[in-house]
Write a protein that binds this ligand. Structure first.
Ligand SMILES: Cc1cc2nc3c(=O)[nH]c(=O)nc-3n(C[C@H](O)[C@H](O)[C@H](O)COP(=O)(O)OP(=O)(O)OC[C@H]3O[C@@H](n4cnc5c(N)ncnc54)[C@H](O)[C@@H]3O)c2cc1C
Length: 446
């Protein structure tokens, strides 16, 4: 299971050196074992150890720290919870949609502050976020979202008209935008590995290339089985997001889907000037299957999204590459920014995120309160996972706080159906999203 080379998994993983730590050999006993070395696991380990320095905490990672979505994502530190504010309001009601957005604002600020306070080296920039409208229908969709946000008493989001948007970034496709200065961008593999370097000296034990193959509940604790050893723990956190269905009790809670990214060579000064993106905001459009794009520290363009890949059956985790999507994403960069028609692309990759049937995050208990899981960190989990680390800390320490009481802790989730209905259902949902995107894209002005 373990042992895949990690540097081909994303461009970000080639931007600094990382030497994985040891695997688990033998049997150990800890207070808390965290399965999964992504942002959820790393943030949970940090917050537990910070509050309870005497606690023995171990992180067990199947591959290397940041191997999952955490080391491969677009690096947007942003406030979106689930799909859109209006879909969250439809699913959970307006009060909870407001609560979700405020949680996400707190998550964005927490991550920004942690990076600064701990000196986490991740090329963090704080340029804000634009959700751009590329057709009349998307103008209406975005303005409706902004109105809803304002009705819910949420601040910090405003509408920019076409001229104001193009003053920020010069694309002939832009017709207006949602502007949210709170958000940031970062290098996610650097962040993952900086986290490892920050928590090791605090005493957190990290075992890489260590797959947890079984979770056995015993009266006197939980026993985790790994290929060359075992861990006896009082409490366990399953921070495995898109892989969580491998634990039989959680099999139907979520399915993995893959989102994909391409990246250009560093832009020349002339190319950089030609697209007028000096303020360097992170950008998404307003499609169901969004495009997300941004500049890197060395002025490459990262372009992701547009389509997703589905697994074949429940246990297929091999959808990182999708040549058709890579090809389309390269064309999307050229269409958005005509002066870049000759820009070269140097890399392409994908990674899995976790999709519960109602497409919203969930933290819960697997059976009794000794095992906590986190799922539903979809395409917008960079900030969320960091605050979830504090929330999970409170659950593990059995503290009653505003975080432990947040509505998506222990919420009702709906099981994905068995095959072939799971695949048919997923295809139907994605098919509908594509159909609506085409309808909305239809009247775009280029
Ligand atoms: C291409 C892409 C672009 C994205 N862009 C953005 C973005 O710009 N902004 C944003 O907010 N979000 C984005 N996301 C989503 C975000 O990256 C995720 O929501 C977030 O990283 C999830 O973190 P995690 O720690 O919960 O899971 P992961 O980072 O996936 O970590 C789970 C870890 O568990 C390990 N594991 C699994 N099973 C076992 C086992 N049995 N034993 C031991 N270890 C195990 C895996 O190897 C993995 O390292 C993107 C995701 C992808 C894939």
């Amino acid at each position: 299971m373990s042992g895949q080379p990690f540097t081909p998994k994303s461009h970000w993983m080639k931007t600094r050196e990382y030497t994985p730590g040891p695997s688990l050999e033998g049997d150990i006993q800890v207070d808390v074992a965290i399965v999964g070395g992504g942002f959820t696991g790393l943030s949970t380990a940090y917050h537990l150890k910070k509050d309870e320095p005497g606690m023995r905490v171990a992180v067990l990672e199947n591959e290397v720290i940041g191997f999952g979505a955490s080391g491969r994502n677009g690096g947007f530190n942003m406030t979106l919870f689930g799909l859109t504010l209006s879909i969250t309001a439809l699913r959970f009601g307006k009060a909870k949609a407001r609560e979700a957005h405020l949680y996400m604002e707190r998550a964005v600020d927490l991550l920004r502050d942690l990076v600064k306070e701990l000196g986490l080296d991740c090329d963090y920039e704080h340029p804000g976020f634009l959700r751009v409208a590329t057709s009349e229908k998307y103008i209406k969709r975005i303005q409706h979202e902004i109105e809803l946000a304002h009705k819910l008493g949420l601040t910090g989001i405003e509408w920019l008209d076409q001229d104001q948007t193009r003053e920020q970034v010069n694309s002939p496709m832009y017709m207006g935008a949602w502007w949210e200065p709170r958000c940031g961008i970062l290098n996610p593999a650097k962040l993952s590995w900086s986290w490892a370097e920050a928590i090791r000296p605090m005493g957190v034990e990290i075992y890489e290339k260590t797959a947890v193959t079984e979770v056995k509940k015993r009266k006197d604790g939980i026993l985790l089985m790994t290929p060359n050893g075992s861990v006896r723990a009082q409490k366990v956190v399953l921070a495995t997001n898109a892989w969580t269905h491998f634990f039989p009790e959680l099999k139907r809670k979520q399915v993995p889907i893959w989102t994909h990214i391409v990246i250009t060579e560093p832009l020349s000064d002339a190319q950089y000037q030609s697209i007028g993106w000096q303020n360097r905001q992170g950008i998404e459009d307003a499609r169901n299957l969004v495009h997300y794009y941004r500049l890197t520290a060395d002025n490459r363009i990262v372009m992701g999204g547009r389509d997703i890949s589905l697994s074949k059956g429940f246990y297929d985790m091999d959808r990182d590459d999708n040549e058709e999507t890579f090809h389309s994403l390269r064309n999307d960069v050229r269409e958005l920014f005509p002066p870049l028609k000759d820009v070269q692309f140097t890399d392409a990759w994908g990674g899995p995120v976790s999709i519960p049937l109602d497409m919203a995050p969930a933290i819960g208990y697997m059976g009794d309160k000794r095992v906590v899981y986190s799922i539903g960190c979809m395409g917008h989990g960079v900030s969320l996972t960091h605050l979830n680390g504090q929330t999970i800390r409170d659950l593990i320490l059995e503290r009653k706080t505003d975080l432990s009481d947040v509505f998506f802790v222990n919420r009702k989730t709906f099981p994905w159906p068995p095959e072939p209905f799971k695949t048919l259902g997923a295809k139907a949902i994605v098919g509908y999203m594509h159909w609506e995107d085409r309808l909305y894209d239809g009247d775009k002005i280029t």
